[in-house]
Design a protein. Structure first.
Length: 257
């Protein structure tokens, strides 16, 4: 998936509370070196810089880095943004006091390679703070609906479940070889809109995943079918009778020696 597709900055605005949680958990940042992995439009990177950290933001999507850099200039912040990904970062060994990722690292296609790279850039007494979705609730169900329909169109079996970045045992297996221990705490975030229909259409217009699959769905004549299923799902799970709100849970892993 190309994260440059669509307008991820609209999605990123909704995820800002999760970035605030991760940066708050980091504690005092003044003078510390920080890398934000999968930084997108810079939510966490910019917050860390406002806390006095020396920050590098890493993301594979050049356009999103340009958006982040423009916002840093607007706020008068000095942040370095570089093209890279969780499994391959243009960052020297053992140079980061703190490695953070607000959902970005969990999209790495090779979790073992990502873990090795995250551990490589961490300073000897540094920490990792990694946020990952807990695969439940309305949005998780919506993503599965889209993937199932695409698998049908491509006449492919359903894909394997993603690596469980939200599970302590799985993370321990990844990071214990580097002398690191993992603790997790759960948080939640709400997504709101004037109506379920507004939310579905906003996601379809802006989210890179939705934008990427739209041509194939339209060509097959199934775009409206998926929209109808998503609308039904979100109306069923709506938590606000006067408008629209759904809540998703996520885990933040604190990984350190």
């Amino acid at each position: 998936m190309e994260w440059d597709d669509g307008r991820y900055e609209v999605i990123a605005e909704q995820l800002l509370p999760a970035a605030e949680v991760v940066v708050d958990l980091a504690g005092e940042l003044d003078g510390k070196t920080v890398v934000d992995v999968g930084c997108g439009t810079g939510n966490a990177a910019l917050l860390a810089a406002e806390g006095g950290a020396i920050v590098t933001g890493i993301d594979p999507a050049k356009r999103l880095l340009d958006v982040a850099a423009a916002e840093a200039r607007r706020r008068g912040l000095d942040v370095t943004f570089e093209v890279g990904e969780a499994g391959s970062m243009p960052v020297p060994d053992a140079c980061m006091d703190l490695v953070i990722s607000v959902f970005g690292a969990s999209f790495a296609p090779d979790p073992k390679a990502a873990a090795a790279e995250l551990a490589r850039v961490r300073a000897p007494q540094g920490r990792l703070l990694l946020a990952a979705w807990i695969p439940e609730g309305a949005i998780s169900r919506a993503v599965r609906l889209g993937r199932q329909m695409m698998a049908e169109l491509l006449e492919q079996p359903p894909g394997s479940p993603p690596f469980p970045w939200h599970e302590p045992d799985a993370l321990s297996e990844l990071f214990e070889p580097y002398g690191l221990r993992t603790s997790l705490e759960e948080h939640e975030i709400s997504f709101a809109a004037p109506s379920a229909e507004h939310f579905v259409d906003r996601e379809a217009e802006n989210h890179p995943l939705a934008v990427a699959v739209r041509p194939a769905l339209e060509e097959a004549g199934r775009a409206e079918e998926l929209r109808g299923k998503l609308l039904g799902l979100y109306e069923e799970t709506n938590e606000d009778p006067s408008a629209f709100r759904i809540t998703s849970r996520y885990a933040v892993a604190d990984i350190a020696p």
